[in-house]
Design a protein around this ligand. Structure first.
Ligand SMILES: NC(=O)c1ccc[n+]([C@@H]2O[C@H](COP(=O)([O-])OP(=O)(O)OC[C@H]3O[C@@H](n4cnc5c(N)ncnc54)[C@H](OP(=O)(O)O)[C@@H]3O)[C@@H](O)[C@H]2O)c1
Length: 349
């Protein structure tokens, strides 16, 4: 039976995405399964890979885009328990998600509980896991602590706000004017970063706090020189976690400037005692999964539990067929989406 996927034959703009058809359904090899993909996440990181600027994946070309997927195990390869067949699973696959079928190693697959919506579930592996690990794996923030989310309307940003609300944290988020309602919808205070200096706005909002103005933790998706501005929003003893390099991803800054920003983060952390005990770190989901696979699986299980209980609410703004992938990338490149677009590779029945 023929099946479809979205392939890119070269790096570039959204025009490189093409719908391709394969004549036969592939069989899994040793340690692998074949997944019938029910939902494929799309997001900024896919566009980063599409441009050929993503440091952790450079091909070979052609390949199928798609950083995360949720689907049903249809066939198991040698060495994989046959009982896995029929199980709904999630995978952080980096590439390969925009497809009707994916052959994936079984190693990092995580079971998805029954009764959850596949499109909401696919918000978990990249966006919610990143947010959850940044919020819980560096330090235990007490209820009532204040966080700053830079890029709060993005897929990771909204996940941070959603989880912050669940954990009883108070959140401030920067976003464009058009996304203020999305940010406020999570009970956060929104700052339109285009309308003025967000550092001054954060300091004003937190003035008079016991221990000094500023936030207890800040999460920055923008990177580059932006880290210094977010660092300036921390209260004494506060923590900055950087996790994005958006300026490098879109080509407005080079690899050298991204590397310099990371070096600066490290330096500030080393000199913490000169900076009022403020600390910094950089989060990388794939490096962390490789280093701590058990944390990855445990945290995914917690998040799927929260999703099943409706304790968290991923923002899915659109559910579209594979053929819409190019249009989706045009929309992501334009910015201002305020949530995740999910591709549903099979026609809904
Ligand atoms: N390190 C990791 O492990 C890891 C994991 C996941 C994602 N990431 C990275 O994290 C970044 C965010 O990912 P995402 O999926 O959340 O992207 P996204 O959905 O595209 O969101 C990014 C947000 O950034 C906002 N933004 C753009 N320029 C800004 C600025 N100067 N100040 C404040 N906000 C600004 C946009 O908000 P407005 O539209 O409101 O302006 C947009 O909503 C990407 O670079 C991605 O590659 C890294």
């Amino acid at each position: 039976m023929a099946w479809q996927h979205i392939r890119i034959p070269r790096f570039g703009g959204p025009e490189v995405l093409e719908l391709a058809e394969q004549p036969t359904i592939p069989d899994p090899g040793g340690g692998e399964v074949r997944i019938k993909v029910l939902a494929a996440g799309t997001g900024f990181t896919d566009t980063f890979i599409r441009r050929g600027r993503y440091p952790d994946f450079k091909g070979p070309l052609p390949f199928t885009l798609g950083y995360d997927l949720v689907g049903v195990v249809e066939a198991t390869g040698p060495g994989v328990p046959v009982e896995l067949a029929g199980q709904l699973v999630a995978d952080l696959c980096i590439v390969g998600g925009y497809a009707q079928y994916a052959i994936r190693p079984v190693r990092f697959l995580v079971p998805v509980p029954d009764g959850v919506d596949a499109a909401e579930a696919v918000c978990i592996p990249l966006a919610y896991l990143t947010a959850f690990q940044m919020l819980t794996r560096y330090r235990r923030l007490p209820r009532g602590a204040t966080i700053l989310v830079v890029g709060a309307s993005g897929t990771v940003g909204t996940a941070l706000l959603d989880l912050a609300r669940h954990l009883g944290l108070s959140a401030i988020g920067t976003c464009s004017a058009s996304n203020v309602a999305t940010v406020e919808g999570f009970g956060a205070t929104a700052i339109d970063y285009r309308a003025g200096d967000f550092v001054a706005a954060v300091r004003e909002l937190t003035a008079g706090r016991e221990g000094g103005a500023g936030v207890d933790a800040a999460f920055d998706a923008i990177g580059g020189a932006h880290f210094a501005r977010t660092f300036a929003c921390l209260a004494p003893g506060g923590l900055l976690v950087g996790y994005g390099a958006q300026t490098m991803a879109v080509g407005s800054a080079g690899l050298a400037s991204a590397a310099l920003a990371l070096a600066r983060l490290k330096l500030w952390d080393m000199l913490s005692s000169f900076f009022g005990g403020r600390r910094t770190d950089f989060y990388n989901i794939t490096a962390r999964r490789t280093a701590r696979p058990e944390d990855f699986k445990a945290d995914m299980a917690v998040l799927f539990g929260l999703l099943r209980e409706r304790a968290i609410h991923p923002v899915v703004i659109d559910r579209l067929p594979l053929v819409a992938a190019r249009e989706v990338h045009i929309r992501i490149d334009r910015g201002g989406l305020g949530g995740k677009i999910v591709l549903l590779p099979w026609p809904e029945v």
